[in-house]
Design a protein around this ligand. Sequence first.
Ligand code: NAD
Ligand code: MG
Length: 381
Amino acid sequence: MINSISVLGSTGSIGTQTLDVARNLNIKVEALTGNTNIDLLESQAREFLPKMVAVKDEKIANILKERLLDVNIEVIGGIEGLKRAATLECVDVVVVSIVGIAGLIPTLEAIKSKKNIALANKETLVTAGSIVMEKAIEMGVNVIPIDSEHSAILQCLMGNNIKDVSKIILTASGGPFREKTMEELNNVSLKEALKHPNWNMGSKITIDSATLMNKGLEVIEAKWLFGLSQSQIDVLVHPQSIVHSMVEYKDGCVMAQMGSPDMRIPIQFALTYPERKGNDFSKLNLLKSGSLTFEIPDTKRFPCLRLAYQALEEGGTMPVVLNAANEEAVSLFMREKIKFIQIPNIIEEAMGMHTLIDKPCLEDIINVDIWAREFVKKSIN
Ligand code: NAD
Ligand code: MG
């Protein structure tokens, strides 16, 4: 059982739920990090009394420093603060709950400092899975997924041999637009896209769930976490979000992991792995959950899932372009500069214009990320 954690992105959906788990299990929180939400960071700092708080914006960091003068907590601004939080000596596990590729460098820094990682940030593995997993093996640290589907796969693999797996089946809720026709998708609003049927999450992943890009990113995440080939990773739409994912073995046995759709359950498992601890989170009642149904995802209406499989097949830097173009397109949609259905078109265009680098180093990945973002911004103006 671990004693202490750093929570990178403590003000977000996963971050605040991680603090809830830490509160329940009496885990010491030694570092908190945030972006702009200064009031929440201050109240978290006063409750958990960590060694340090990192804030991306230097100006906000200075204001927080003033506010926290009466308690002995160091406040550090900029990327340096994030790096310190990721590498603090007294910490056993670094929880990475930052959104987007911004999670990549702190994750690598934490691994280099021999920290075990509880990883919510899927964009890290999508963009640099090979580098991150190789480094984790070299340093002898675990990368334990928080993402509910990957937590499910990890649990279905326990006590079995990965060599006996024929395939894994990631489940997808289908998002708020699962039943919409092509014509209806043409006119969906930002407000509708932000209303997820089963999960309450940060805005970027909520839009990704509506386009099915979230599942596409998770296919790539699964490849790196479990060392599977693309043909071994299937997706089924399961609107009830009760079966969190499945593993099919070569003898025909299928293991499924089920539970209430409450992210604190996989967060807690990532922190107690391989052990389990009690809690008072809602328990699954199959008598109340109704029928469990499954359907094939429709990649005509939701092309983002097809694009993610394509990026995975092309390999190299293509998933970096997929991710960066998606981050930019989602940001444009959230500022109501583009329509929902333009998101996959923009990503496909960026992928089509990219000259692939087969075995990229970290610098290549950062440069391609910048290129794809610029490409999307220029193509919209
Ligand atoms: P969120 O938007 O609610 O929170 C993001 C956190 O990251 C905030 O604390 C924010 O301050 C911080 N942050 C944002 N940009 C940053 C930057 N450039 N530098 C430093 N910090 C920054 O997001 P979320 O829903 O909690 O998702 C976090 C990650 O977890 C995402 O990668 C998401 O895909 C993944 N995830 C989330 C859920 C969920 O239920 N929310 C489930 C599975 C996986
Ligand atoms: Mg997920």
